[in-house]
Write a protein that binds this ligand. Sequence first.
Ligand SMILES: Nc1ncnc2c1ncn2[C@@H]1O[C@H](COP(=O)(O)OP(=O)(O)OP(=O)(O)O)[C@@H](O)[C@H]1O
Length: 606
Amino acid sequence: MFPQRLDSPLAYDIAKAMIDGFNRHYRLFRAESARAKHRFETADWHGQQRAQRERIEFYDLRVNEAVARLEKEFKAGDQPMEVWHQVKLHFIGLLVNHHQPELAESFFNSVTTKILHRAYFQNDFIFVRPAISTEYIEPRGAPTYRPYYPSQATLPDIIEQMLDDFALQGSYANKRRDAERVAHVILNRFHQVKLRANFQLQVLSGLFYRNKGAYVVGKIMNGFTEIPFSLPILHDTHGKFYIDAALFGEDDLQMLFSFARAYFMVDMEVPSAWVQFLRSLMPRKPRAEIYNALGLAKQGKTLFYRDFLSHLNYSSDRFRIAPGIKGMVMLVFDLPSFPFVFKVIKDFYPPQKDTTREQIKGKYMLVKQHDRVGRMADTLEYSNVGFPLDRFEPELIEEIRKFAPSQLEIGDRDGNGEMEVVLKHVYIERRMIPLNIYLQEAFDTLAHPESPAQARRAKDQLEHAVIEYGNAIKDMVAANIFPGDMLWKNFGVTRGGKVVFYDYDEIEYVTDCKFRKVPTPRNEEDEMSGEVWYSVGPKDVFPETFEPFLLGNKDVRAAFMAHHADLLDAAFWQHHKERIQAGQMLDVFPYEESQRFQHEGHATHF
Ligand SMILES: Nc1ncnc2c1ncn2[C@@H]1O[C@H](COP(=O)(O)OP(=O)(O)OP(=O)(O)O)[C@@H](O)[C@H]1O
């Protein structure tokens, strides 16, 4: 029932405490993000990574604080429905001129659902969809983006001006050279195209910080054409700034904002305006993923869930067991029309998987907090997710009943006459093509090609996948991650053709592993033994033993040995372990070597 009067002072006080809680959260979140600038200027790379990791925890801490305050000061959980209805309306009123209303609404949902019993918090009490518009919110401080109007001749000057507007403390090795390089590549893009009256750059007013990089992000407009661009700024070996590359177009930007990378640090007063701008650069990227990439993961989760519910309303296919080899610890399912997979931790594992639910969750958390270097898929974690029962293949229900009974509840949770499958704990991640399936398709084509051209394409595809696979492992190694289980089935191929890892239960830090050569057999008996005759510690890794599992196919073997034979050598792994132990941090940048401007004294680049 919609309340006709707002007459409960208590409801106002609760709403006010709630908004105070959110404001505190966003103030701290923003301050930590803003400090990224100083960490970049002072080359505090370990500090940058630590802050990236720690910021992820901020949200839950602030929600818990708000819940505790509401219970203590207002006995919020004991208040009747009338009061809670009024709390929501007061809260809406408090958001009218707010600069992050969509985030505050999600915060309200988080706090409210923690306080009220599920049956009690029908949709009337929370924000199922946004109540406050995020359109045209103007920041009080720096504008969201800045327009620059160059001519062909003044473009380098304008680019210098743009760089100066970021007010980085420190100096460029050669700002003029960088500006001219960037101007040159921009003008090349418009070669033989007339520069129109509206020729301009629109550039987001803050830099995007991650690891060792700071990224300018904007778009170039000319006539009816808009080209997204980004300029990575790095430190050279003398601590001076330089522009390492110029990235153009939606695909380059998608790589930068990939779900397989760590979240950016950006100082944003009106995040919705930033998201709107970024969406204009990457129209195919869901807003949920953009919020995630900006470190606003709770908002990403909220939007993802809304997209998902809406998709369910506009589709009729059924959830099924995901294609590919079934997991030993994860039960994986998908909805064919929806580009994500759902993963539930099983209750039972085969003996070779010596692990527990808590350990598995710990590994997934490790990946979430770590630099994912474009090679480890991000996961969204949900509790008590309800799905319509009639959209499940019976075989999938049986599978869950058999392997994860503790996670499954079937019933009419909301009392609306619709039966639901409620899963206690689920990870959701982007669906990829499992690499084993991808390779198998290439093998099948090669076995029965319809034409020589088709055979050539399949061979190229196979080679590319194997090279990418090795690159993925090397990128992870650079970031101190040993994937543990390197079988093809644990990697997937993305829409952009990148190979990404998704099986985290055996992940370890490289620095925790002991990389060994297989000892020489002591006698003939050892040599003939099919068993492992030498002693193996829990963290011992024998890289040369990967070979028989990976390289059964001759084409795969050829491609692998040509590019990645070093992965079978304990010395390669040991070398990286020592490098990381010595405090050296490699950054895996989100663009190709071939896209870089050439520099002397440039930073190490993978
Ligand atoms: N993101 C994804 N996209 C597409 N398929 C996926 C994805 N994640 C998992 N799968 C499918 O589900 C299977 C099992 O997933 P996963 O490897 O995460 O489970 P696991 O139990 O950890 O596996 P293992 O038994 O190797 O430890 C994969 O082999 C793959 O076929």
